[in-house]
Ligand binder design. Structure first.
Ligand code: ADP
Ligand code: MG
Length: 681
């Protein structure tokens, strides 16, 4: 067995189970070795019955102190009481009659599970049980792995155990003297420890080593991918004959101070000797598009093409329209290149792009496909950058220039990323911040209500519509899957049309629609023909319809704070007072506190910080985007190590990566664009 041995040949897996494992993204022994527990059950930390709270999940050492009763019809149960010196607990198991013999009076067991305070006292239903036997030590920390259909905790644990010996052949990314200096374990040791820690401190120790390695590898990859850039030359543009003043005068508003400052910084970069690499960060609604348009105008007037990449089709077509409106009066040609074009349209568009007949190509990641060629690409803009991989962005700049000449690059993000994290994602980009909203914006009033208030909310929506405004309704999230999203949106819209909104024009949008269907729905909504847009989260980013002043978010508890902030950002974009209703029947405890943050503040930075704090960066960027950060172990909690990791990677880079072959190899794989390439070897 080695790292590449296919899983089906691992003892205890076989052909059928290996298919289940592949659903978890695991195909070989090495994958399994680095498939870490999602969490742990600390069964060694036992409690006394008297100290347990209602609903607490805990470990208790109890002696059976009653005869076992059985009963039931179709569903059989066994029941008994067990206690320690502070109390007793009623214990029930269903359909496990064979346990009858196990629980004889006077025997002691360790029970792990949830304790509830019921009518007849404290109770546990189907807890995990382990007999207390003399001379046999129980496992104090039980690893809990992510599962999928067809795999049980037991199967995964034993499969992992069967490859654990491979940990001894894992090569260390960092040599011993450096590991000593930073108090790190050997990688193999840390991997074993993470699968089978003795206690909490070992979990922390193992994670620290593996997270630090990941951070160093990632930082080194960033350095490698930038190595070319340091030497590269920029496309020197100039203000001569660009007539930027005319452009500003043509806008229906005057720029905010923050917009002006950012434009100045951006255009200044574009006149410099090195390529611009700048991040434009601004909260939802701060007016990033106008700033980007100024940069596009400037580049085109200097004789260059621009590529403008957006994360979704909806957003791409909206940007194309906005840019066209702003720029076509100056003779600038905007083209939209998305996955939704027919082959013929696409060929035509690409031809016009490569001969320079189109000045600005707006699109999704269709823009970075190999077949797309530019005539003279001078500026690359990516919107909502955090949704793209760092290396994907790098690929777009590869498209432009020739030899060492590289196009300018502007990345925009509405997700106010805490500084530590932006360091990882953006490395050493220059940053412009739009810390000021356009004048006249009002706070979006946000309310948290239960579904019993739905009729009242509907009434309020109706009165807004009668006053000439529009509304979004974000449908309940069934599962993270396009098919069920579709059903949920269709069902919801249908119920509204049949119910009290039969006289109102309702549009519906979900992820399964074709790009042209989506575009049609969006067009009708932005024109004001459709009054209510029932949608899944596909409208999450960037969509701009200022006349919409209410957003109702169903099942608000299913969303992360940053996502809710993005969704809420769809309203409050015009001069009218706007409102956001978070509907949830599960808002208590932690969830309530989380959702209340939304009611208390509109400040994206405060929200992002709270979100990151609660969920860690993987979730912070949403499940689907987690590939952005190719980390298996590192999380928000490790960001305090980031500075050290960055410094170390610089040091090693300067000494010459050839002396650190494992680091060099791993970082090169990631730098070459294969972000999922952080495989073990
Ligand atoms: P975001 O930063 O979220 O991408 P947009 O660029 O979509 O924001 O801008 C939000 C709205 O604000 C748009 O309708 C835009 O026309 C408007 N807007 C942008 N800048 C200004 C400004 N300086 N004054 C008034 N309205 C503005
Ligand atoms: Mg935007």
């Amino acid at each position: 067995m080695d790292f590449n041995t296919p899983l089906q040949y691992i003892k205890g897996i076989g052909e059928a189970r290996s298919k289940c494992f592949s659903k978890l993204g695991l195909s070989c022994a090495g994958d399994l070795l680095t498939f870490y527990p999602r969490t742990y059950e600390y069964r060694g930390e036992t409690k006394k019955i008297a100290d347990v709270c209602d609903g607490e999940v805990c470990s208790l050492i109890l002696t059976v102190d009653s005869p076992v009763k059985t009963g039931g019809g179709k569903v059989q149960y066994i029941k008994f009481t067990a206690g320690d010196d502070t109390g007793t607990v009623n214990i029930t198991f269903f359909n496990q009659k064979w346990l009858l013999k196990v629980f004889s009076q006077g025997r002691a067991f360790r029970f792990y599970g949830k304790v509830s305070f019921g009518f007849y006292g404290k109770e546990m239903v189907s807890p995990e049980v382990e007999p207390i036997l003399h001379g046999k030590k129980l496992c104090d920390v039980v690893p809990i792995y992510p599962l999928t259909k067809g795999l049980s905790q037991k199967t995964v644990t034993s499969a992992v155990n069967n490859v654990l010996a491979l940990a001894d052949s894992v090569k260390d990314v960092l040599p011993e003297e450096i590991r000593k200096k930073y108090a790190l374990l050997k990688a193999g040791e840390a991997i074993k420890m993470l699968h089978h820690p003795a206690d909490r401190s070992e979990v922390a120790k193992a994670k620290r080593t593996l997270a630090f390695e990941e951070l160093v590898v990632f930082q080194t990859a960033l350095r490698i991918s930038r190595r070319g850039k340091v030497k590269s030359t920029g496309i020197k543009m100039s203000f001569k004959n660009s007539g930027v003043k005319q452009f500003f005068e043509s806008l229906p508003f005057s720029l905010t101070g923050a917009q002006e400052k950012s434009v100045k910084e951006i255009l200044g970069d574009m006149c410099g000797d090195t390529p611009m690499t700048r991040l434009l960060q601004g909260d939802v609604g701060s007016g990033k598009t106008a700033v980007a348009a100024a940069a596009v105008y400037f580049a085109v007037k200097n004789g260059y093409q621009c590529a403008f990449m957006a994360p979704t089709e909806i957003l791409a077509s909206q940007h194309a329209k906005t840019l066209d409106k702003m720029l076509s009066p100056f003779g600038i040609k905007v083209g939209l290149l998305t996955g939704g074009l027919t082959k013929k349209q696409r060929t035509l568009l690409q031809a016009r792009l490569s001969e320079g007949a189109i000045d600005v190509a707006v699109g999704t990641n269709a823009l970075i496909q190999n077949s797309v060629e530019y005539h003279n690409l001078g500026l690359v803009i990516t919107d909502e950058q955090h949704r793209f991989g760092v290396m994907q962005r790098a690929r777009l700049t590869e498209k432009g220039g020739s030899g060492s000449v590289k196009p300018h690059m502007l990345v925009m993000s509405a997700t106010p990323i805490p500084r530590t994290l932006s360091l990882i994602l953006y490395g050493d980009l220059d940053i412009s911040v739009l810390d000021e909203l356009p004048p006249g914006r009002q706070k979006v009033d946000t309310y948290l209500v239960g579904s019993d208030k739905r009729e009242r909310v509907f009434k309020m929506i109706r009165s807004r519509i009668e006053a000439g405004n529009q509304a979004y309704i974000i449908c309940p999230l069934v599962e993270e899957n396009e098919e069920s999203d579709k059903q949920s949106a269709e069902g919801y819209a249908e119920a509204m049309r049949r119910g009290s909104f039969s006289d109102i024009n309702i549009g519906m949008l979900h992820g399964k629609m074709t790009p042209s269907e989506k575009e049609e729905i969006m067009r009708s909504f932005s024109k004001g023909d459709t009054k209510i847009l029932v949608s899944t989260t596909v409208v999450e980013v960037g969509v701009d319809v200022p006349n919409a002043t209410v957003i109702l978010i169903e099942n608000a508890e299913c969303f992360g704070l940053s996502q809710l902030h993005q969704l809420r950002g769809r309203v409050g974009r015009g001069k009218d007072k706007s409102m956001c209703v978070l509907m949830s029947d599960h808002a208590y405890g932690k969830t309530e506190n989380r959702l209340k943050i939304m009611c208390e503040t509109n400040d994206g930075f405060a929200i992002a910080a709270a979100d990151l704090d609660q969920r860690g960066p993987g979730d912070f960027f949403g499940e689907k985007q987690s590939g952005v950060l190719a980390f298996k172990v590192a999380s928000a909690a490790d960001m305090n190590m980031l500075e050290a990791a960055k410094k170390l990677s610089e040091e090693l880079f300067d000494k010459g990566l050839e002396s650190y072959p494992v680091l060099y190899q791993k970082a090169s794989v990631i730098a070459s664009g294969n972000e999922r390439g952080n495989k073990i070897s």
